[in-house]
Design a protein around this ligand. Structure first.
Ligand code: SF4
Ligand code: SF4
Length: 448
């Protein structure tokens, strides 16, 4: 193709992009997209078959994707299945989440080296310059990334490694066309439709992909792909498949007053019932796309001349994680499960103005004994303690302020995944008992 011809084609593509709400890509264009992204210096990561599951890893070509595979998920159960079709993305979220690329499971945060004169030189590794293109991000996962953004880089304490990786990433979302028995994104207002926070979003149909563009970076990529405007039939087909996924979601969790419900029931007998089943294995926290607990270890090589300070994922289900001031503050499984659930669904609101749950269902599938947080909340809701309001801690003026929002009208500030706390001032009682319970939920004084 001559230069003039190529330029004319690029201009015609630009015109289509400017006029079209949604574009159409042939299925074969997926390879072109991956090649283009890799050519632009991105490490493309997406779903692939490994370890008997669909997990996230580097993708070099479309044939790396789990074409023709789906999964069967239930509490405590995950099985790969042949879908009998040709789709690349007809599966539900697996044990991996995207947090591994922005918040690596193991990361050197400091180094020390003994010099010849016996002194030590300290250095801090520079943040990674790897640019990730995330291919196949689901709506609940977009919400999870938004939650981690709030925690890791939109508050006063910025994790520079997270920020560097996150800000250079490109997100290609994929709308769900099937749902698992464990999904409950509709309850959390996080899915199944990808609404925002993506550069490109695909809906896979029997013939190809409907493509939506979310950002300038997305426009630039889309303009270089072979595409045309999506026809009404193609749009209708994509719409039908997205609705199929929504119709398949059967699990629900009511968020009505969930924060106060849990904090009012810290001594509910149901915590003992869960504890009798829970193995404290940490699976639920490892698979959760929003959990961010970590620990730090100093690791020396044998000669002791070089030491690395390594941050690695940890879990509030580990006994040592609650070790502080010469003792462990959560020394029973009951307390550790309660800490996890009340943090996720209650005190996370106080800390980050959002729920810590996006309804992805991973913790239900990957719990070896099938503990289902939606059922545990419902059990407490059915027989709650006498209702009283637990005051929200008043944040310090500089805590968790989204840059640029501090002086702005706070009423537009996103507060939750599908649910807002619109009663921040409502429970401003300063009952000492309530304060103590809130402190326990935050892990402060829960000794047994
Ligand atoms: S708590 Fe469970 S359902 Fe909610 S986001 Fe985490 S893994 Fe997903
Ligand atoms: S709730 Fe399930 S996954 Fe989580 S620690 Fe307990 S047994 Fe493990």
């Amino acid at each position: 193709m001559g230069w003039g011809e190529a330029e004319a084609m690029a201009m015609s593509r630009q015109e289509t992009l400017a006029n079209a709400a949604s574009l159409w890509l042939e299925r074969s264009t997926l390879d072109e997209l991956i090649r283009l992204l890799r050519g632009e210096g991105f490490t493309v990561v997406g779903p692939r078959l490994d370890q008997g599951a669909i997990v996230y890893g580097e993708i070099e070509r479309a044939s790396d994707l789990p074409r023709g595979w789906t999964d069967d998920q239930k509490p405590g159960k995950y099985r790969l299945e042949n879908s009998g079709g040709e789709a690349y993305f007809e599966y539900n979220v697996g044990p991996h989440s995207w947090k591994q690329f922005f918040f690596p499971p193991r990361l050197a945060v400091e180094r020390a080296k003994r010099e010849e004169n016996g002194g030590w030189t300290f250095s801090r590794p520079e943040p990674s310059d790897e640019r990730y293109a995330l291919l196949g991000v689901r709506a609940c996962e977009l919400a999870a990334i938004a939650v981690q953004d709030r925690v890791m880089m939109n508050g006063p304490y910025v994790d520079r490694e997270y920020a560097a990786r996150r800000e250079s990433a490109l997100i290609i979302a994929v709308n769900c066309t099937v749902a698992a028995e464990t999904c409950f994104c509709t309850s959390m207002g996080s899915g199944p439709r990808c609404q925002a926070d993506f550069d490109l979003a695909l809906t896979e149909t029997e013939e190809g992909f409907v493509l939506e563009v979310g950002t300038e970076a997305g426009w630039e990529i889309a303009a270089r792909l072979e595409h045309c405007e999506a026809s009404p039939d193609q749009l209708a087909s994509a719409d039908r498949l997205r609705h199929r996924a929504e119709d398949q979601i059967s699990k629900e969790m009511s968020n009505d007053g969930i924060r106060d419900l849990l904090l009012n029931n810290l001594n509910h007998p149901h915590w003992d019932k869960v504890a009798a089943r829970c193995l404290s294995c940490t699976n639920c926290t490892m698979v959760c796309p929003t959990c961010f607990c970590s620990t730090v270890n100093d690791v020396s090589e044998l000669a002791g001349d070089e030491v690395e300070r390594v941050r690695q994922w940890d879990s509030c289900f580990n006994l040592e994680f609650g070790y502080t001031a010469g003792g462990t503050v959560r020394n029973s499984i009951r307390n550790r499960y309660r800490q996890w659930l009340t943090h996720k669904l209650a005190s996370w609101h106080d800390q980050f103005d959002t729920s810590g749950c996006v309804g992805c269902g991973r913790c239900i599938t990957w719990c070896p004994v099938g503990i289902d947080l939606t059922e545990e909340v419902e059990a407490i809701r059915q027989q709650p303690a006498k209702r009283r309001e637990v005051p929200l801690p008043q944040p310090r003026p500089d805590a968790c302020v989204v840059p640029g929002e501090a002086a702005a009208d706070q009423s537009n500030r996103p507060r939750s995944v599908g649910q807002t706390i619109d009663d921040r001032q409502r429970g401003a009682s300063d009952s000492a008992e309530a304060q103590q319970d809130a402190s326990i939920a935050d892990g402060g004084t829960d000794r047994e």
